[in-house]
Design a protein around this ligand. Structure first.
Ligand code: GLN
Length: 482
């Protein structure tokens, strides 16, 4: 049996029948890492011994008993490095567990391996990582997407069964689409952000990347829920997000937003997503065409709000309290200036400058305030849509995985990679990307993702739809051959 080919759910069954022990899973992952990591470079650090120790004394009867999970390097795991793929935090060790980690441990899961990312989650290709780019396991010349590209690549390359990522403007869904994984961005406030290094606090959410919707729901069951340590976390009863899995899509009304099928998108992506819509219709869903009229302003509003929040959040990295500091400063100002200059990469600096500018007096009303108003309009668009339909169907990304280096020097083109994912974060609703086929590009088969969007707190319905589509389409658990 090739253990790393199992889904998380299958692995759980094997643990419960005692056919496998958690240590077998860690060992299998370790062997796989040795084999493929030199090519994929999805991981930043890992501790086999520590994971083995946890595996020895874990309680298999717990909901995620003994199941290993890879963690994006922006999430605090006590005692572990938490670098955000930045020079700034290269030696920073987490002094406590993030709430998601506390919850995963309580459910019996074993945090194992830390995944690469764009520096401080800023990017769509993993190329802003100060450590290394990650390579897409389906075509090593291409990007896995970002910023949770390491998490997606690790799952697709079978270096992990599931992983946690974070999504501020698409960072779970876009890499999931590029790597052929399932990736869920929960409703804002559904999952605690305590212990996640913030990019933009009003947009960030942690969520799972997996090889099936069931695996995704299993992890989500464990991490979702109220947290007194995060005041933006919503008060919701504990739910089982697989509970609607047998209901299928019959009777659901699905909206097709016309703004998400635009001129210039990849024709193979378009036809794959159109096929999904047709399949959903054949399965009994009612298809409704509709409009989200303010979609075209989402990217602009996002890059004002997200940079404004980032400039404020990243002010804490002053060379005094955390991480990197410059040697031999001439003065206190010199200490701040050089520590930040040397510690941050160029994309991070670009965003701090942009964000500081849009918040500065004289420009605040023209940019920040206006972007907030646009955000409200976008939120209203979705409210109106969800008064008519249960969920929306659209592409996750206008393209499949692009070549490494292709957009690195063109920030604007890079920013447009998130054109279909950003509005979800601005509205605070939930979204999931599910594999829906492959595009053939220059001889490579590259995964395509379809995105289902749901109203706030409707993850159960969203997962039901995603699961029904997944079962009907048969794209589940396709993994890259390496
Ligand atoms: N690619 C987007 C950005 O660079 C989204 C990032 C994210 O979701 N963390 O801001």
């Amino acid at each position: 049996m090739e253990i790393t080919k199992l889904t998380l759910h299958e692995l759980q069954q094997k643990f419960r029948t005692k056919e496998l022990h958690p240590r077998d899973a860690i060992k299998a992952l370790e062997e796989r890492i040795v084999q493929v990591e030199p090519k994929v470079r999805a991981l930043l650090h890992w501790d086999v011994e520590g994971a083995m120790q946890l595996a020895e004394r874990v309680d298999i009867s717990l909901p995620l008993g003994g199941l290993p999970i890879a963690i994006k390097d922006a999430i605090h795991v006590e005692g572990d490095l938490c670098t955000c793929a930045s020079r700034m935090l290269a030696r920073y060790r987490a002094p406590y567990d993030a709430t998601v980690i506390t919850r995963l441990r309580a459910a019996g899961a074993i945090p194992f391996t830390r995944t690469n990312m764009d520096e401080f989650s800023m990017g769509s290709s993993n190329e802003t990582s100060a450590v290394q780019p990650t390579y897409n396991p389906w075509d090593l010349q291409r990007t896995p997407g970002g910023s949770s590209g390491g998490s997606a690549a690790a799952v697709a390359a079978r270096e992990a069964f599931v992983a946690l990522g974070s999504d501020t403007g698409g960072s779970i869904r876009q890499p999931a689409a590029f790597c052929g994984c399932v990736g869920l961005k929960p409703t804002y406030g559904r999952v605690s952000r305590y212990g996640l290094v913030a990019l933009a606090s009003s947009l960030d959410q942690i969520g799972p990347l997996a090889r099936s919707t069931r695996d995704c729901a299993m992890v989500f069951n464990a991490i979702a829920g109220k947290d007194p340590k995060d005041s933006t976390c919503l008060e919701c009863a504990q739910e089982d997000f697989t509970r609607e899995f047998n209901l299928g899509v019959k009777g659901l009304r699905l909206g097709i937003p016309k703004e998400y099928f635009v001129e210039g998108m990849d024709s193979q992506v378009r036809s794959a997503v159109e096929k999904v819509i047709q399949q959903c219709s054949e399965l009994g869903a009612e298809i409704v065409e509709l409009s989200l009229p303010h979609t075209q302003y989402a990217v602009n509003a996002y890059y004002i709000l997200a940079t404004a929040e980032a400039s404020s959040n990243l002010a804490r990295f002053d060379g005094v309290r955390y991480g990197y500091y410059a040697e031999g400063p001439q003065s206190l100002f010199d200490h701040y200036r050089r520590s930040r200059e040397e510690g941050f990469g160029s994309e991070v600096k670009r965003r701090i400058i942009l964000g500081t500018y849009v918040l500065s007096s004289g420009y605040y009303d023209a940019y920040y305030l206006r972007a907030q108003r646009v955000r409200t309009l976008i939120r209203e668009d979705f409210k109106e849509a969800f008064s008519k339909v249960d969920a929306l169907v659209c592409p996750t990304s206008p393209d499949v995985a692009f070549r490494l280096g292709e957009r690195r020097d063109n920030p604007l083109r890079m920013y447009l990679a998130d054109v279909f994912t950003i509005a979800t974060n601005l509205a605070g609703i939930c979204g999931i990307s599910v594999p829906c086929g492959f595009a053939i590009v220059e001889g490579s088969s590259l995964p395509i993702g379809v995105q289902f969007l749901g109203n706030a707190l409707e993850e159960a319905k969203l997962l039901r739809l995603a699961n029904a589509y997944e079962l009907a389409s048969g794209w589940t658990a396709c993994t890259a051959i390496l």
